[in-house]
Design a protein around this ligand. Structure first.
Ligand SMILES: NC(=O)c1ccc[n+]([C@@H]2O[C@H](COP(=O)([O-])OP(=O)(O)OC[C@H]3O[C@@H](n4cnc5c(N)ncnc54)[C@H](O)[C@@H]3O)[C@@H](O)[C@H]2O)c1
Ligand SMILES: N[C@@H](CCC=O)C(=O)O
Length: 514
């Protein structure tokens, strides 16, 4: 087998890629408004209640309608998943991995189509959508190979008359709860990690991006995933979320999303329910309040570029987004001016247009929340760019910068999840680090510096799960930068890393007296 290699992003300066993307956007347009079923026990189920998915760049355009599960259907899905666990867990690891490799191959052949579907549903621009599709392929290829390795177990010591073994086995039925912002990559990665390890799962997609999940389910079936292994149960999280999390027959939960939902799930899952025979395992990857710090001797052009791309890529709707820029006082004005200059050049508009840097935010809820934070920002700092918002057609917010913000201000501490970055000044490197570490979170961060001693200090003392030196703080790649954060950013499961699959397996020791 060829070794794992990260899928390179498409170069949209090439005419062939531009043509392919335009053709895919036209093709996918024909599918807009289509209805998608649930998948329970291998059967497609259409229900009368639907999640209606709208294009955030054109809120009248319906992307698709996805059937909704209720508690009764969720119960059916749990029972079916246990039934099929009995066969799936015995499949050879290699056969399970081959389904992932096949799925990756199908996506590669239809790459632009998946990206186009995501663009309509989530408002990602061409490059962000392509990177999301590439990451989904990476997860499939990487986890498939990781499983083949894990299947060998780990060596333990035997004795003369005693043979000892240590290996990993699947756990049972898992509940997969992805966010909407990496609607393909994270949804696919969190699901297939649990599947390739031999578990059966219930996948409840985000209500804000159910269509791309429905397409993923079609894809996995096409790739040969047997019936009943993946139960697809979109629905209202308020109606079925707690019910499934609390259910005594759920063995583990793989959640990615906000701190509020993650901590709720973590607490509820800790309670042992009547009839429950295990302690539930919970992976909860949550939010961030990520900082780029700039040292006095830094490459200032690199600093400005890193801040702009990390703060405003995909309208700041990444858990890794730079929402705080903390700059050494000696270079503060220069960096701020350059960032404002670059920001004013960003193309904001319809993501379907080639060349758009920033599309809309996902929906009215996020739109209103971000606008509220912009108002708070006006009290807490000096608005030096953006601040305007327009929801007449889609949910557009201009890239926004606040200067001279106190390190303890709300916009410096709370996750906004939108195109808003706050600037603070620090007197020396100690203070840069101190401010960087002053939130409840600990997901990503970056230091721009030419000082080797400071780079080494940051490596040890900048308390984030993903630290970047002399580059921006977004854009982790499967197998290259395993991803996950400290503190209130979650359980640090490190998606796309060599330890991730262990979250969905239990190690077993077998000792035989000879
Ligand atoms: N750390 C990471 O790797 C990572 C990656 C992507 C996004 N995020 C974070 O995710 C958040 C944005 O995503 P979001 O808006 O989809 O988050 P969210 O918490 O609103 O929703 C996440 C998922 O949880 C579900 N959910 C909501 N209530 C539930 C309940 N009671 N029981 C079960 N499921 C429930 C939702 O339907 C959705 O599928 C941000 O905070 C972002 O930082 C983190
Ligand atoms: N892994 C992504 C962030 C995922 C969260 O939104 C990045 O590194 O930018």
């Amino acid at each position: 087998m060829i070794p794992y290699d990260h899928n390179k992003w498409k170069d949209f300066s090439k005419e062939e890629n531009q043509k392919a993307m335009k053709a895919a956007l036209e093709k996918v347009k024909e599918d807009l408004g289509k209805e998608y079923p649930l998948l329970i026990d291998g059967e497609e189920v259409y229900t009368s209640r639907k999640l209606v998915s709208y294009n955030p760049a054109d809120k009248k355009q319906v992307v698709g309608k996805v059937s909704m599960a209720d508690k009764e259907l969720a119960e059916k899905a749990i029972n079916s998943a246990w039934k099929h666990f009995e066969t799936w867990r015995k499949w050879p690891a290699e056969s399970r991995a081959k389904i992932l490799f096949k799925a990756a191959a199908i996506i590669r052949r239809r790459r632009f189509e998946f990206s186009a579907a995501m663009l309509y549903e989530s408002g990602k621009n061409w490059l962000e959508a392509d990177a999301d599709t590439a990451e989904a392929i990476d997860f499939l290829e990487y986890y498939g190979r990781q499983m083949l390795e894990l299947d060998k177990g780990k060596p333990v010591i035997s004795r003369e008359d005693e043979h000892n073994e240590y290996f990993y086995q699947p756990m049972g039925v898992g509940f997969i709860i992805p966010p909407w912002n990496f609607p393909f990559a994270i949804m696919c990665g969190t699901a297939v990690a649990a599947l390739v390890t031999g578990n059966t799962v219930l996948l409840k997609p985000s209500e804000k991006a159910p269509v791309i999940s429905a397409k993923f389910v079609e894809l996995m079936r096409e790739a040969g995933l047997p019936d009943g292994v993946l139960q697809f149960i979109p629905g209202d999280p308020k109606e079925i979320g707690d019910y499934i999390v609390d259910h005594p027959k759920i063995r583990f939960i793989n959640f990615t999303g906000s701190r509020a939902t993650g901590t709720r799930i973590f607490e509820r899952a800790a309670k042992v329910q009547k009839g429950q025979k295990w302690l539930k395992r919970v992976v909860a990857e949550m939010g961030g309040k990520d900082t780029i710090i700039v040292d006095k001797d830094a490459d200032l052009e690199l600093a400005a570029k890193s801040i702009v791309t990390s703060a405003f890529g995909f309208s700041g709707q990444k858990c890794s987004a730079c929402s705080r820029a903390v700059i050494h006082q000696d270079v503060y004005n220069q960096v701020l001016e350059r960032v404002v200059e670059m920001t004013k050049e960003l193309a904001v508009g319809d993501p379907a247009e080639h060349g758009t840097f920033m599309g809309p935010v996902i929906d009215d809820i996020q739109f209103n929340k971000i606008r509220e934070y912009i108002e708070i920002g006006k009290q807490e700092g000096k608005l030096v760019a953006g601040g305007e918002a327009d929801d007449s057609k889609g949910y557009f917010i201009q890239p926004t910068i606040f200067a001279d913000v106190d390190p303890n201000a709300r916009i410096m501490k709370e996750e906004i999840f939108g195109p808003v970055v706050a600037f603070s000044k620090a007197k020396d490197f100690e203070e840069l680090l101190e401010i960087a570490n002053n939130t409840d979170y600990g997901l990503t961060g970056a230091l721009i510096s030419r000082n080797r001693e400071h780079l080494d200090r940051a490596r040890r003392d900048f308390h984030v799960g993903n630290l970047y030196l002399n580059r921006g703080c977004t854009g982790s790649i499967v197998g290259l930068q395993p991803f996950g954060g400290f503190n209130m950013s979650g359980t640090d499961a490190k998606a796309g890393g060599p330890d991730y699959l262990l979250n969905f397996m239990e190690p077993k020791t077998v000792s035989e007296w000879l």
